[in-house]
Design a binder for this molecule. Sequence first.
Ligand SMILES: [Zn+2]
Length: 253
Amino acid sequence: MWYKDVKQFKEVSGYEIDGKWYPRVTRIISIKSKPALDIFYEQVGSISAAKEITNKSAEEGTKVHEAIEAIMKGEEPVYEDWLKPSVTAFKNFLSFQNIKVVPEHIERRFVHPDERYAGTIDTLATIDGKFGVLDIKTSAAIYRDYNMQTAAYIAALGKEFPKLTTRWILRIDQTQSCAKCKATMRTKGGREKIKTASSSKKCEAEGHEWQDTKGIIELKEFPFWRDDYGAFLAAKKLWEWENDYWLRQAGYL
Ligand SMILES: [Zn+2]
């Protein structure tokens, strides 16, 4: 990526905490290539169109985070109509899955002073008697890349919270199903993505019959994080190598 000056590099890539600058976890892991992104760009047809969808889905993702975090705090948030299926599904999920959070842990910023990186977690949580990092995703699936991110969180927060032993991904999504076949449609960032099944052929020609949007909640624990943390540190080294020019100017290297 191209930066105008070191000020811009520092703003985009990290946080200033107590007068010291640290790169962000999400920025560091962006060094890892994501082959799925190439497919996405190809499907969308142009880089500018892809960027528009990406930005809009990031905004939507922020709104989902805000609503879900408010509910975990015990608040009754005001939210836009389109995310009602997610909110309803999450409230329903909480009626049988207890997730205990302390409000001060939500959107908490942290630093790993020895490895010198920083980040912001969604929250820490207690689930089924275990204490861990809880990260909310609004993706179509739980991807392995998330493990690198959350391993960096555990490693950094472990000193302050010795009981921190695990991590979860809480995936929140919403889709529509066809009443006639097994196709589903997911609307994100203004883009409608249809997944068809082998039973969809005839229906595709006639037109699907989309039902009401339904929320999807998936909670998955990833207790073994050491190996992922090793991968994170390797990614960090590579990110530092690539940004060596700016990191020297920032006084980091
Ligand atoms: Zn159909």
